[in-house]
Design a protein around this ligand. Sequence first.
Ligand SMILES: C[S@@+](CC[C@H](N)C(=O)[O-])C[C@H]1O[C@@H](n2cnc3c(N)ncnc32)[C@H](O)[C@@H]1O
Length: 373
Amino acid sequence: MSDKSQKPKTPSPEECESELARLIRALGHPHRVAILRHLHQQKACVCGEIVAVLPLAQSTVSQHLKKLKEAGWISGEIEGPRTCYCINRSALKRFRSLVDASFLSSTEETMSNTTDIRATVREKYGKIVSQSRNGCCGPTCCGGAGDVDAIAVQIGYSPEDISKIPTESNLGLGCGNPLEYANVKTGETVLDLGSGAGLDCFLAAHEVGKSGRVIGVDMTAEMIEKARANAKAGAFANVEFRLGEIEHLPVADTSVDVVISNCVVNLSPDKPQVFREAFRALKPGGRLAVSDLVLTRPISAAMRESVEAYVGCVAGALQKDNYLKAIRDAGFSSVEIANESRYEIGLDSLGDALQKEACESVLSIKVRAVKPV
Ligand SMILES: C[S@@+](CC[C@H](N)C(=O)[O-])C[C@H]1O[C@@H](n2cnc3c(N)ncnc32)[C@H](O)[C@@H]1O
């Protein structure tokens, strides 16, 4: 029995690269680019006039039209004595999205300016603090607003975990529980990248005990203020919060045993630099345990906008392989995905098909790695 509900298979990054190369090859002559531009400028198909507008011999034009047609850039229909040529606009759209996916989603973001990205992120999380406990990365995101404690249980915390942290430290901003994979021991020093209101820092504080310490770093002043107030309220003497960027960590070289992070690196405009900094801060043999959101497939610029609008926190996310590569390139060994799952919280509330597809392109991963001794 055929399963009509089955989605078409998502092309792999290699298949996308081959497709892009094929489309570029077919455009590999200035006359073909000129023909395509001419067809693009026309509202309707062009019947038999291409030679008239381009200073080329009929045989040359025919040769180029054939190449463009074979590659799917244009279609050509015989109408009586003439052939009518039309640009295939879906090929143009596909080409744009392949270029975006290959060049923009690897290490660069669609927002070109690093400072703009940080300012936008900082402003957003500053506002979230004032609306405290409204849930996730934006006003409407995969996590959505709602019962943040219930969401925390859904993403990997136990009710017992929730009961031992200050209530205001869980703002519903995480996408997993990195401590589940960090194997934190008594007496260790833990560093949390993008500590928010302190949720994971307070849980880590219980694990390291009085002889250990926890440092949370966050670039949003309101978050740091909130986290410090939470530490005071919960009398956590072994936790401190430092204002700073995770790309330039305010911690000494080789000073921490474990680096954790929860749903933050995807927000950074320079993810490889974040992992290099984590590597620098760790002692030899130190561990990295990160919970984050990554993309399962290349997404178009339009899709990125949709993700930005509805998922908030993952507009700048990398594809999974690129994320793991950035960790390895920083020098880490034993890089492994300890767990991965669809990030489906709040998905049902998304109506529009594109938004739903955007959310379905997102994966929550828990990654472990070790700094070699
Ligand atoms: C999605 S929230 C996660 C907060 C916390 N990890 C949690 O699970 O509750 C992201 C946090 O990372 C911080 N952040 C984002 N980009 C950052 C950067 N480049 N440097 C430092 N902090 C950053 C934000 O200010 C925000 O508090």
